[in-house]
Write a protein that binds this ligand. Structure first.
Ligand SMILES: [Zn+2]
Ligand SMILES: [Zn+2]
Length: 600
């Protein structure tokens, strides 16, 4: 073991000792100012008193990353890493007494792109860890602390370390979380790296690396396009506020027993600095992060409320063909081409595969390639994907439909989302008629109303249909108790058909206009059909949506119509020439007066 330590010349070793005990070495320093993480006078709360020190500044690191207040930055594109896959770039491991530092081959490993202002030369990798029972990453995400954190420290190209520490963005650190994983998920690279630890158990010793270990091998399959960015500091004294931080979202997976080797063999633990105040700094997110989660927008209580949706990456929410809209019946244009739909498998009782809580709505996923729509004045054939709901609150008078008719907002709205046959979702979103959404208003009906119907003899058929319909809404809403957790889903086994849910709504009477999806990224690819007659659902069942999901008012406000027109399906009789219309009017008037006189 010891022969390995002295495998380089004694002279070089002596030089190294002098070097690493000198006053300046990137992130952590062993100097006369012998700071510590705990158990000495110069622990983190007292780092600000060291001389010199920027540790009491206002742009310190690490920080907690709140994913609900990220600022999207389209400049945060892919990095270009040079020699990350070079198996000889890690030359030496050093136990500094504060961390294990991997020295990188000089002027070999480079970092650029990724929205960085400069090109950087990486000179070291080091680690932060906790203890056997406590995680020890420096950054946290939504207050979650990962097991460990790895820092790749790079200096602005052609700058010496002392110089880099004095200019803004002089140092770029890439931070990677490390999470405990199963044995199988750990790469050979980590086993090889940690196998050297036995040779550096004493502080200020080093060992040369003979194994082929590349940085890429250590990173494994972490998605390098998903990262957070902010301006901060070194996380060890002298805490210079010159660091442009990149913290990658996805953690590296390393097995538990290897993670435990860090505190165990180094014999010091909890080597991370506590979270520092953000002090108004912004945390930026790469586009890959935002297109990923989909939960960064909301209807209220987050940064991306509807009025800010247009600022999301790839957003079309600020366009001139947005939905929903207010429909004013005095402005709609009759269109005789808006005929009946051809609805395939709407009567199938097994078309709903599962029901999920997306955090924004209740989404019912349909069995693939089963339900289809055509006709109805659509220029293409469409395949139904899923249907979901928009609602208000759980109060009795609550309204929450997205579209309104003559300013009336209904209690709920149901959307059946269909994709043009033969297109992928990405293709459909780019096609002006790629998607067709069928919108149905939902009106509440009270139990008393049902009872009143019970006594009327002439309403038996209608009542039966309503009872039947109520039953399938009862079945559908009974699944809501099983998906109260966000992102949870449940398979549907009981029979529920779309026909049953839609009930006796007249499907030949509808409004038509060109619009968008009503949630980010609001793609302007939707041919909208909004049916005039509402579905009626009992009040208790309507209330179950806000009550069981725990979120309210999930509808987008009205969008400007701009130059668009709204059309209305017209029964063929209205398209008849005017003498016929006149005759019809006369007949109707005659019938009206007849029935009036009869009643009178
Ligand atoms: Zn560090
Ligand atoms: Zn919708």
């Amino acid at each position: 073991m010891t022969d390995k330590i002295y495998s380089t010349s004694t002279l070089e070793f002596m030089f190294l000792l002098v070097h690493i005990t000198g006053p300046s070495h990137s992130e952590d320093t062993i100097s006369g100012d012998s700071w510590c993480y705990q158990g000495c006078d110069k622990d983190p709360p007292n780092w600000a008193k060291l001389i010199p020190s920027e540790c009491g500044g206002s742009k310190q690191s690490p920080i907690n990353i709140h994913t609900s207040v990220l600022t999207p930055d389209s400049q945060l594109r892919a990095f270009t890493f040079t020699n990350f896959s070079n198996p000889h770039s890690i030359t030496r491991l050093i136990n500094t007494g504060h961390t294990v530092r991997c020295t990188l081959e000089k002027n070999t490993v480079e970092v650029k792109g990724g929205g960085l202002k400069y090109n950087y030369s990486a000179n070291e990798i080091h680690f932060h860890w906790g203890s056997e029972n406590h995680p020890g990453s420096e950054h946290t995400v939504n207050d979650k602390r990962y097991q460990m954190e790895m820092h790749i420290v790079s200096l602005k190209k052609e700058l010496a370390e002392e110089k880099a520490k004095q200019i803004p963005d002089g140092i770029a650190v890439l931070g990677f979380f490390i999470e405990e994983a199963d044995e199988e998920e750990t790469t050979e690279a980590w086993k090889n790296l940690i196998s050297y630890f036995a040779n550096i158990t004493k502080i200020q010793t080093f060992v040369n690396v003979n194994h082929k270990i590349s940085i890429s091998d250590l990173l494994g399959d972490v998605d390098l396009n998903k990262f957070y960015r902010y301006n901060g500091s070194l996380t060890t004294p002298t805490c210079n506020e010159v660091v442009v931080w990149t913290v990658f979202k996805e953690p590296i997976k390393v097995s538990k027993d290897l993670v435990e080797q860090f505190p165990k063999t180094m014999n010091y633990e909890e080597i991370y600095r506590p979270i520092q105040n953000l002090n108004g700094r912004k945390i930026y997110a790469s586009p890959a992060i935002l297109s990923d989660g989909g939960h960064t927008w909301c209807y209220h209580d987050c940064e991306y409320v509807p009025s800010h949706w247009h600022m999301l990456p790839h957003s079309q929410c600020g366009g001139e063909r947005q939905s929903p809209i207010s429909i004013n019946t005095k402005d709609v244009i009759p269109d005789s081409s808006l005929k009946a739909f051809t609805l395939t498998n709407f009567s199938s009782p097994h078309s709903i595969r599962s029901i999920e809580n997306t955090g924004h709505t209740v989404n019912c996923v349909l069995v693939e390639n089963m339900v289809e729509i055509g006709g109805g004045g659509l220029n293409h054939q469409y395949s139904a994907l899923h249907f979901h709901f928009h609602w208000g609150s759980s109060s009795d008078s609550s309204v929450g439909s997205e579209h309104t008719v003559n300013s009336k907002r209904y209690p709920m709205e149901m959307h059946i989302v269909n994709i043009m046959k033969g297109l992928t979702m990405n293709e459909a979103k780019k096609h002006p008629e790629g998607l067709a959404v069928l919108g149905f208003f939902i009106e509440v009906v009270d139990e008393e109303h049902k009872e009143r119907l019970d006594h009327g003899t002439g309403y038996i058929a209608q009542l039966k249909s309503k009872e039947f319909k109520m039953n399938c809404w009862k079945v559908l809403t009974s699944y809501l108790t099983q998906i109260q957790e966000k992102d949870s889903a449940v398979d549907v086994h009981e029979p529920i058909s779309l026909d049953c849910l839609l009930g006796d709504v007249d499907r030949t009477k509808y409004y038509r206009y060109n619009g968008s999806l009503t949630t980010p990224t609001c793609d302007e690819a939707v041919v909208w059909t909004v049916f005039m007659q509402p579905i009626t659902v009992s009040r208790d069942l309507v209330k179950m949506f806000p009550a069981k999901m725990g979120f309210n008012e999930v509808y987008r406000p009205q969008q400007c119509l701009h130059k668009r027109k709204v059309y209305i399906s017209a029964a063929p009789t209205f398209a008849a020439p005017w003498p016929l219309l006149l005759l019809l009017n006369l007949l109707l008037a005659g019938w009206g007066s007849m029935s009036a006189s009869k009643k009178g």
